[in-house]
Design a protein around this ligand. Structure first.
Ligand code: NAP
Length: 266
């Protein structure tokens, strides 16, 4: 019987990892999605959908399903799940790996304004006297900007928000990445954008706007990534994660390890 491996997903890398593991055998892959998206694309392997019920719920799930390893491949900004995973795996005695794509880093020609919070991003727009702003943030974040009333906003989202927050001056644009460089150049030029607000997601699907901004000297207010538990092992690529998994499956002592307190039903 292959051992159970849990992927905390919701990212491109999580789908890639599930695909790669499905092609190799040795593990039964269970993917976990938060359930934010209606009709999500299903990854290779088994899929469960919805929260676990906090740290205790996760630790219980790991024991009930005899999970032998967890890979946290949630989005860089899904930090709550990362902290829960660290504590849940510690309680259940299950090894955890964090697979996270590298953050974007500014080059010498980039004009970035790093901020730690969305409130800080709104303050930066006021302080920097921004005028025409591309808001490339999630729909939950929009309310932080409704009071910034000296600005005109181009708000790019995947789907329309419901309800739609009230902005004094805004244009709404619905499209899903990846975005091509020429399209991003045209977008910034057509709408005469002088500032972009986004979060440091990393990856290539949404990085073209940063290149187009650099070429034009356009300022980018960049939300920095939230902290994650420092003690958790890390991988930056799917290949690195597979190496870590191979290290586990080579350790039969680990797979036969004595049950954790949770596995004993404590
Ligand atoms: P979050 O703030 O870190 O997590 C909030 C709660 O959602 C968690 O405590 C957990 O509930 C549940 N949850 C999150 N990810 C889960 C998963 N993969 N499987 C089961 N439950 C999960 O997360 P978020 O920022 O709301 O993101 C939710 C999902 O969307 C994540 O899977 C993430 O990868 C994906 N996503 C997020 C972003 C972003 O910018 N935040 C962007 C793209 C995709 P319980 O405490 O009940 O277990």
């Amino acid at each position: 019987m292959p051992a159970n491996l849990l992927i905390l997903g919701g990212t491109t890398e999580a789908y890639d990892l599930a695909d790669r593991l499905a092609g190799r055998g040795g593990w039964h892959v269970i993917n976990s999605l938060a359930g934010r998206t209606a009709n999500p694309r299903l990854p290779a392997g088994e899929t469960r959908i919805g929260g676990f019920g906090g740290v205790e719920g996760l630790a219980r799930y790991l024991a009930e399903r005899s999970i032998r390893a967890v890979i946290d491949v949630t989005h860089p900004f899904a930090a709550r799940m990362g902290w829960n995973a660290a504590e849940g795996c510690r309680l259940a005695g299950v090894p955890l790996l964090r697979l996270e794509r590298p953050a974007w880093r500014p080059g010498p020609d980039d004009v970035w304004e790093p901020v730690e919070t969305w409130t800080g991003a709104a303050e930066a727009l006021r302080r920097l006297a921004a005028r025409r702003v591309l808001l490339a943030v999630g729909r939950q974040e929009l309310t932080h900007f409704t009071d910034v009333d000296d600005n005109w906003f181009l708000i790019r989202l995947v789907t329309p928000p419901d309800p739609q927050p009230a902005f004094q001056a805004a244009e709404w644009l619905y499209s899903r990445g990846p975005f091509a460089l020429d399209d991003e150049r045209a977008l910034l030029d057509t709408w005469a954008i002088d500032t972009i607000v986004c979060k440091n997601s990393g990856g290539e699907a949404t990085s073209a706007k940063l290149i187009a901004a650099r070429e034009r000297g356009i300022r980018v207010v960049m939300l920095q990534r939230p902290a994650r538990p420092a003690e958790v092992a890390r991988a930056a690529t799917v290949d690195e994660a597979l190496n870590w998994i191979d290290g586990l499956s080579g350790t039969s002592a680990y797979l036969d390890a004595e049950a954790s307190p949770y596995q004993r039903g404590v």
